[in-house]
Design a protein around this ligand. Sequence first.
Ligand code: GDP
Length: 463
Amino acid sequence: MKAGDILTRIASKSQQLAVRSLDKQVKLAVTGLSGAGKTTFITGLVNQLLNASPESLPLWDLAREGRLVSVTRVPQPDLNIASFDYQSALSQLSAQPPAWPHSTRKLTQIRLAIRYRSEHPLWSTLSDTQTLYLDIVDYPGEWLLDLPMLAMDYRQWSQTMAQVLELCPQAELDKFRQACQALGESVGDETLARVSEQYRDLLLYLKHERGLSYLQPGRLILPGDLEGTPLISFFPWLEAVEDWDDLPESSVVAQLQQRYSQYQSQVVKRFYRDHFRYFDRQLVLVDCLSPLSRGEAEMRDTAKALGEILQHFHYGERHWLTQIFSPKIDKLVFAASKADHVSYQQRPQLLNLLENMLAQSRQELQLQGTQIHTQTLASIRATSDHQVDHQGQTLPVISGTPQGEQAGHFYPGDLPPQWPDSDYWTKRPFQHMRFLPQPLHKGQARHLGLDALLQQLLGDKLK
Ligand code: GDP
């Protein structure tokens, strides 16, 4: 081979390497309490990206500037994580009549390759296009609510949960206590599993009937792959104990204490070690409207749960998360989901409501240097905005098909301008409705705010 050919080959090799090193990877984690809209969000986002155009995503620079070349699904990098089932979700939305996809129950992942033209003069001379690999990881927000368990021993945790359980019907709580009292020494796995099922029923009552979310252990409610394992078969001890510091080894309380510490290390800490530490960007979806329509206690519980979730991004040098590993999330977006449930006039109030919920912790967070952004979002829009004349006035309304009703125009009422006060709870002017999804248009859903969100989360990576 001639010297000139060799040089050309070396030059093109190093160019290829340089080009490959231009490819980027971003791990975007999506969470929120169950029902917040995670599955719908990922379905909607993937659907918009696969069908992206400047018209459908005008606030995303890449699409608007015509620099987006293509988006394709590619095999996910982490083979030990279940795949997000986009195809089934899309089939449900494409059914006649369309249905919402099934909710998130465990950790899942999907990878997209976004090919684009860089606006950077150097990168664009080196190669026509670059690729950003976007890994979207979905996990239940309930799992993050286990974090405080790491700061409590089994005794303290039992006391905390005893207070929470007071909201259960007395007869059900008595049954659980009787089952605990009847336990002998050195109890077998099956017996512990049976009583923990009773405890799970109490938690599920609090979740579904009382709308509470601050319930532990989170994996007992959404076990994911831990379903049926002894790791989640434990419960708080509500009975008197003679000496907590000197428990006989064979006692059931000592057994439960041991299960509790195994849960702390093998479940709670493990999630941070195996997954959370690798996330680059985090989206937290918040359904503000459901707790608002349920009542004051539910609203406070959601705010408390959000406060706990925020703790995860509040890591100063002395936070225990930083002591185990270095979390790297540098952008955090809180989005008030299902914004298509309110009229366009009420959307600023919805954002206000979300910001009020976050108010306390957010001020501290900004001091820590994590960038936080808030917005409203409808990942898959089920309504459209209209105006109607009502008693001589123009009223902004939403149009859609509420579950079990005929399609029509609706005025769901006003959201509180600030954190709801006693006056609001007496009048309750907002009525929460659930709408059926609309048929897709040429395979594409409609959305509100996904383009602004993409710009916020990925804009800096796609310059
Ligand atoms: P997950 O538990 O966080 O995965 O929540 P899902 O994504 O399953 O959403 C729960 C329900 O909320 C869905 O079945 C829909 O009824 C509703 N929902 C979620 N996102 C939207 C949205 O953007 N618009 C509307 N109208 N409803 C939504």
